[in-house]
Design a protein. Sequence first.
Length: 245
Amino acid sequence: MRALRIILILVVILGGLFVIADRVAVHFAEGEAADKLQSTENLASTPDVNIKGFPFLTQVAGGSLDDVEVGIKDYEAATGTAGKTIRIDDLRADMKGVSFSGDYSSATAASATGTATISYSELLKTARSEPTEVAPGVTARVVGLSDGGNGKIKVMVEGTVSSLGIKRTVPVLSSVTVENDKVRVHADSLPKLGAAAIAEGRIRQITDFQQAIDRLPGGIKLDKVQAAKDGVEITVKGSGVRLAG
């Protein structure tokens, strides 16, 4: 009995040491992965990397990690226009089946899903904010974006009738969609900005706009989008996503 007790005590101690070693190893690996991702994607700040699953060491021995979460704050995404970016306040991705090279210089996820949040003030930079003539003596511009409820964006359009000295702001509920690598805002109905007849194409130059977002980390792509309280929330996904290397 005494020998059995000693064996059980040793098992508990060794098990505890393994857990400690495993947690130390995963913490170190998360730091290394974050630094590598920051360097690879040229990020301004260090991203959050969370390696899930236990034990970590047996996953490493098998050459693949089950689940890795990555979070990036204030990511400047390319827009396809030289020198122009759009800030994603919070970009999060859940990577599944992450395999890595023998020297750990590269890592690729079999699949990834996540979200990207863009504030209304940031998206507003894409809209036409300078007064633009839409009919003789009538100009219009977008002066604000906000949550319109039920997945819609409220686009505030300011119209000015110069001959009458009239200026007023009209709310326009708009749908927001993703097409290829673009977020598109399309007015459900057009605003009345004065007595003058305004061709639909002219007013949609103001109410409707789009923003390209490409070259997201690892090659993840836009999937779906909806309006939320503080901005648009975009679902992203990808396969064969490269975390590093």
